[in-house]
Write a protein that binds this ligand. Structure first.
Ligand code: ARG
Length: 469
């Protein structure tokens, strides 16, 4: 039987172990490379716990003071890059506790009273995810502000509106951008909502069953900014729906970002020619000197894969996992960190592109006038002025479009007699609705694309977002 040695056993849990882990065991088990990002949360949680233990007379005030002081010194070491993270110590919790022992000796061993790594990590990770909600919400609001300002500047810029990516009806560029503001505002609300729900504190649930020590969970919850302690110890240590919800909100946001990114790719293509990015947001080709590639937009579009993938990864980790803690839960962090990093980057890059993009109003307007985009306006005129049933008006308009198509002219270029050859009651007043400007200006009903609506909405968003700054 091998000797029990100081070096081979884990100093945190090695009491009954004779040997250290196999190398591969350490490799699969250690999470320090990932969870070192939780050091701030871990130290904050430990400080709150130590103070509570002293207040509850579970440890002495002197011990608590030594612990808090030692933790502050460790925070300084990590901040300055002086801390030596060890794989043998598995994770951030044991790395910090081991260092605390080196620094303050015996009192360090009292910190883990009435606590387990299970409630410790759940607390740390909730704190991190709570912050991630705030980062995402801030990033979204910054982006919404940029979009609202662009929309305000281009409230009356006419562009083709598409269905099936075919020219449908003229819209304004401002209106198009504000559609994204609406989407992103719901995304922000999802993060805020997730934050509210996740803001309960697992600390004190201990391993899974709670603790016999007379701890004050309200106190630690409050000290860490939680609304209340989690009510059930099993739930506290084993639930990760807060992270699943965060990743769901991140995935929906990423999907929205990808739609805008895709439109940037289309708009900046020579075929569309609606918009251009300056050198700051374009890249060149090493072989084709004429190229200006919208790489940032492409990468925002692509990062959706990583973010959605993280959601599926965590959902899959959680599926069918029996209560309470299992080491499977350690896999929650890498994917969450990766997704939130990608999201933050995507939000910032998109904001940068929106601030940067220059639009070609003439090209947009010119494109808006192609494809008989005001055909619906013509039909609506027949309904309004000639009291035609809409279905009949649709049919008459179709015939007029066919005549225009044959002559290769736009609807507003077709002669009155040509129109009258299809419907004799048409008068020259019809031309008042056939231009793209008239078309957008007429769509004044709530939620429509009329420049005056867009201006009102962009102003409303700018004011609302300014209030929150
Ligand atoms: N590194 C672990 C994790 O991230 C901490 C909790 C370990 N708990 C345990 N019972 N082994 O989940």
């Amino acid at each position: 039987m091998p000797d029990k040695t100081e070096t081979s056993e884990n100093q945190m849990w090695g009491g009954r172990f004779l040997q250290g882990p196999a190398e591969i065991m350490e490799a699969i088990n250690a999470s320090i490379d990932t969870d070192k990002r939780l050091w701030r949360e871990d130290i904050a949680g430990s400080k709150a716990h130590a103070a509570m233990l002293a207040d509850a007379k579970i440890i002495s005030g002197d011990d608590a003071a030594a612990i808090v002081d030692g933790l502050d010194r460790i925070a300084g070491e990590i901040e300055r890059g002086e801390f030596n993270f060890s794989h043998a110590l598995e994770d951030i919790h044991m790395n910090i506790e081991a260092r605390l022992k080196e620094l303050i000796g015996e009192p360090a061993g009292r910190l883990h009273t009435a606590r387990s790594r299970n409630d410790q990590v759940a607390t740390d990770f909730r704190l991190w995810c709570r912050r991630a909600c705030e980062v995402a919400t801030d990033g979204l609001k910054t982006l919404m502000f940029s979009l609202a300002q662009k929309a305000d500047a281009h409230a009356d810029a006419v562009m083709p509106g598409f269905t099936h990516l075919q020219t449908a009806q003229p819209v304004t560029f401002g209106h198009h951008l504000l559609a994204y503001v609406e989407m992103f505002s719901r995304d922000a609300a999802r993060f805020e909502d997730a934050r509210t729900r996740m803001n309960e504190c697992p600390l004190g649930a201990a391993a899974l069953a709670g603790t016999p020590f007379p701890i004050n969970r309200e106190q630690t919850a409050k000290a860490l900014g939680f609304d209340r302690p989690c009510a059930n110890s099993l739930d506290a240590v084993s639930s990760r729906d807060f992270a699943m919800e965060l990743l769901s909100a991140a995935s929906i946001t990423a999907v929205h970002l990808s739609r805008l990114a895709e439109e940037m790719v289309l708009w900046t293509s020579p075929q569309f020619g609606f918009a251009s990015l300056t050198d700051a947001f374009s890249t060149g080709s090493s072989i084709m000197p004429q190229k200006r590639n919208p790489d940032a937009a492409e990468l925002v579009r692509a990062k959706t894969g990583r973010i959605n993938g993280s959601l599926i990864a965590l959902l899959s980790v959680m599926k069918a996992l029996p209560l309470a803690y299992a080491k499977d839960l350690q896999e929650d962090k890498a994917v969450t960190f990766e997704a939130i990093d990608a999201l933050a980057l995507g939000l910032a890059a998109t904001t940068g592109m929106i601030d940067d993009v220059k639009i070609n109003r003439e090209a947009m307007k010119e494109a808006a006038a192609r494809g008989f985009s005001t055909a619906t306006d013509l039909a609506d005129w027949l309904v309004r002025e000639l009291v035609m049933p809409f279905r009949d008006a649709h049919h008459v308009t179709g015939k007029i479009v066919a005549v225009a198509e044959k002559q290769r002219v736009r609807l507003d270029e077709l002669s009155l007699s040509d129109m009258q050859s299809v419907e004799p009651k048409i008068t020259k007043d019809i031309y008042s609705v056939l231009s793209v400007d008239a078309s957008v200006a007429s769509r004044r009903a709530y939620g429509g694309t009329a420049p005056e609506n867009v201006k009102r909405e962009s102003q409303r968003w700018i004011a609302a977002l300014n209030r929150e700054k």
